[in-house]
Design a protein around this ligand. Structure first.
Ligand SMILES: Cc1cc2nc3c(=O)[nH]c(=O)nc-3n(C[C@H](O)[C@H](O)[C@H](O)COP(=O)(O)O)c2cc1C
Length: 414
């Protein structure tokens, strides 16, 4: 599982345990999450906003009525932005206001406005925690689907011993990591190919393309989040791939095919996102071609087609291909789907000024008789949506894992 790219809205309220939230931010950021801290005015009595800003690398939000930040990202946009809202520590006062559905400061308003899962980790004096009022508020929140992390038992800052301590940041990090996770692909081995390939002309030059590998890495992350074991076979890319994936670095199309075939035997899902070069020089040279030689023609031959090769195998994984197209996306994608005998084709539009490397994009997911449009959105969000789409298509009703293991395809299901 990974926290990479997860958008966590962390609420910090007026508890003596607020200092532990600093370590929590550090752990979440270290794991690749984006953390937006929202402090109650009382929380600022305990820890300075600047500490959180340094750790999260984002300005802390405190006020509901702030014209400047409302113009940039309103409280409603912030509520939509979050993949999860976590309040740690949550004061008794905060629990009461949430239970009542009050919206009289930024944090409580966000909690009402968000559709993301909400987790609260209460921290307070034992008597405050055991007070029937607090317990009634906690029960009301649990009834409404809020996840409440039970406070730890032990010696408290006030000198009392009992329940009320904020659990360790490491424990809270693990709770957040598991949040709302649908592990539908547990037990599945998925191969993702990503990035460009390079086809050498001579030791100094190559043919390649503009692919960055960002979408492939996002897909690997999304599959890991769903519980799959992921092998990421990638060409030369600059972004660091997830450390939770089994990464295999290759350079050429031939190497990518070889590494994919080697591993495809025990794989149930192949997502071929790499922008594999279509052609390669027929006769790459061992010596650098001199400029003075005036080479005007480069003889090219087609590279091996990874998807088509796998599509022809008698027993093959569920195949998802990608097609970068400049026009007629759906038609071109469907033609490729048939020609290569794959299950799903994902088309994205490229053009002179957009496509590879864009932060946001749209996808058209094409099968034999339907098309689904996703986006425009960030590649991370689209990757999650696409993995959900694949998961749903694999098995609308039954267990995905059983289905996949039973149905290593012997014929085109098209
Ligand atoms: C030194 C000190 C420590 C406090 N610690 C806690 C605490 O751990 N938990 C809690 O619920 N309230 C605690 N309080 C009380 C809250 O700060 C107070 O109820 C405040 O109104 C909470 O506001 P908020 O929920 O908007 O952050 C403490 C107050 C003081 C002065």
């Amino acid at each position: 599982m990974t926290l990479r790219y997860r958008k966590i809205l962390l609420g910090v309220t007026g508890s003596i345990a607020a200092y532990k939230a600093c370590e929590l931010v550090r752990l979440l950021v270290q794991d690749g999450a984006e953390v937006q801290v929202v402090m109650s005015p009382a929380a600022e009595q305990f820890v300075g906003a600047m500490t959180f800003e340094a750790l999260s690398r984002k300005p802390v939000r405190t006020a509901l009525f702030d014209r400047e930040v409302e113009m940039a990202m309103s409280h409603i946009e912030l509520a939509r932005w979050a993949d999860a809202v976590v309040i740690a520590p949550a004061s008794a006062n905060c629990l009461a206001r949430l239970a009542m559905g009050l919206a009289d400061d930024l944090l409580t308003t966000l909690c009402l406005a968000t559709r993301a899962p909400v987790v609260i980790a209460p921290a307070m004096n034992t008597a405050m925690w055991e007070n029937p009022a607090t317990q009634a508020h906690v029960h009301a929140l649990v009834e409404r689907g809020v996840q409440v992390v039970s406070p730890a038992v032990g010696e408290q800052a006030c000198g009392e011993t009992g329940p009320g301590r904020l659990p360790d940041p490491e424990y809270l990090r693990a709770v957040i990591e598991d949040l709302g996770t649908d592990r539908a692909l547990q037990g599945i081995h998925a191969i993702v190919t990503a990035g460009p390939t390079r086809e050498p002309i001579d030791p100094a030059r190559f043919i390649s393309n503009f692919s960055t590998g960002r979408m492939g890495c996002a897909l690997a992350d999304a599959l890991l989040e769903r519980g799959a074991r992921v092998t990421l076979i990638h060409g030369p890319i600059d972004i660091p791939p997830s450390s939770d994936a089994d990464c295999v670095a290759v350079t050429t199309a031939a190497e990518m095919l070889e590494e994919t075939l080697k591993r495809s035997e025990d794989c149930q899902l192949l997502v071929a996102n790499a922008a594999v070069a279509d052609w390669r020089p027929c006769a790459p040279t061992d010596r650098k071609t001199k400029k003075a030689q005036e080479v005007r023609t480069l003889e090219l031959e087609p590279t091996p087609d990874i998807l088509a090769t796998l599509g022809q195998q008698a027993s093959r994984p569920y195949l998802v291909g990608f097609a970068a197209e400049t026009e007629d996306l759906e038609e071109n994608a469907r033609a490729k789907l048939r020609a290569k005998n794959v299950d799903l084709m994902v088309a994205n539009r490229i053009g002179p000024n957009h496509g590879f490397g864009d932060a946001e994009t749209t996808l058209e997911v094409v099968d034999a008789d339907s098309v689904t449009r996703l986006g425009p959105d960030s590649k991370n969000t689209l990757a999650r949506q696409l993995v959900d789409h694949i998961t749903a298509r694999l098995s609308p009703a039954s267990s995905v894992v059983d289905f996949l293991h039973a149905a290593r395809r012997t014929t085109h299901s098209g």
